[in-house]
Ligand binder design. Structure first.
Ligand code: VGL
Ligand code: ZN
Length: 210
């Protein structure tokens, strides 16, 4: 597959808290960093997303007395899974992984910064209506194909890729450059791969990119 300047690589949430030693680690975050660095060199256009929560964020179990991580609570926008405190603004956990090396990245887009609504996709909050502006940015830059990597297929990679299709972009997830929170058969990563396929996302490997 040949890449052109109407392609973008979006590297999702490649932050300390989603890697080994972090608050909400994926199984393989540290392992995908070198693959992302290598693939990133082949793209003229690279954007990074950064999950960026205020203290006491609604998605934190600690904000709901008596609740534990992975329990769910009903919210006006639907069921919210509760997480350990993660990527708190201006903390080590929110910083990009120190080995991520993409100096030519053109955009860093933050999400999850509103205290009362979560945001998995960097296009839109989970309420389905509050947009970040990413779709307009990409359109204005003349982008037609979106390639996605990072953390984690289960939530933020899957959510972003699904919204990219909805926004009219041809969308690919680079499997070997993507980490999983729960890779067990039948668990969240497996389900997400099925959901994104149903949404029209194509699953590729880094070797498929020239
Ligand atoms: C993520 C859960 C909560 C992710 C972010 O980056 O996949 N998952 N916040
Ligand atoms: Zn989060």
């Amino acid at each position: 597959m040949d890449l052109t300047n109407s392609d973008v690589l979006i590297v999702v949430d490649m932050q300390n808290d989603f890697c080994e030693g972090g608050a909400l680690p994926t199984a393989d975050g540290h392992a995908v960093v070198p693959v992302i660095n290598e693939v990133g060199n082949r793209f003229q256009n690279v954007a990074l997303t950064q999950d960026w929560h205020p203290k006491g964020h609604v998605s934190f179990a600690s904000a709901h007395p008596g609740k534990a991580p992975l329990e769910t609570i009903p919210m006006p926008y639907g069921d919210q899974i509760l997480w350990p405190d993660h990527v708190v603004q201006n903390t080590w956990g929110a910083e990009f992984h120190p080995d991520l090396n993409l100096p030519h990245a053109q955009l860093i887009i933050r999400k999850g910064y509103l205290k009362d609504v979560d945001s998995y996709s960097a296009f839109c909050m989970v309420d389905g209506v509050t947009k970040t502006g990413l779709a307009s940015y990409l359109s204005e830059r003349g982008i037609s194909r979106v390639f996605v990597a990072g953390c984690a297929i289960d939530y933020c990679v899957g959510g972003l890729a699904t919204d990219a299709v909805k926004s009219g972009f041809e969308t690919f997830i680079i499997d070997d450059a993507t980490a999983s929170i729960d890779p067990a058969p039948g668990a969240s990563a497996d389900c997400a791969w099925k959901d994104v396929a149903a949404a029209g996302v194509t699953r590729i490997n880094s070797a498929d990119l020239a």
